[in-house]
Design a protein around this ligand. Structure first.
Ligand SMILES: [Zn+2]
Length: 86
């Protein structure tokens, strides 16, 4: 388990709280209210933190994918403009 919780995968906020109810709890982003995995026993809590951090990593990959896609669109548009002018 990582000791430090990563920022929210949806809004990037670092205001992540572990909300504890009577029988369970959840990791929650105070900014956009996104909820993470279930927190129960101590081992489940460790798993919930890891799961939250894994999702943060997934977002990083999505950002890379979007940047690559936008780069592709720019190249395609440049090609169309050059074709139209030629
Ligand atoms: Zn958030």
């Amino acid at each position: 388990m990582s000791s430090k919780i990563k920022p929210c995968p949806f809004c990037g906020s670092t205001r992540i709280i572990a909300q504890q109810y009577i029988e369970d709890g959840r990791l929650k982003c105070e900014n956009c209210k996104a909820e993470g995995p279930y927190l129960g026993t101590e081992s489940e809590m460790a798993e919930a933190f890891d799961a939250w951090n894994r999702r943060a990593k997934v977002l990083d990959m999505r950002i890379v994918a979007v940047i690559v896609m936008l780069g592709g669109i720019v190249l395609a548009l440049t090609g169309i403009i050059i074709t139209l002018r030629g």
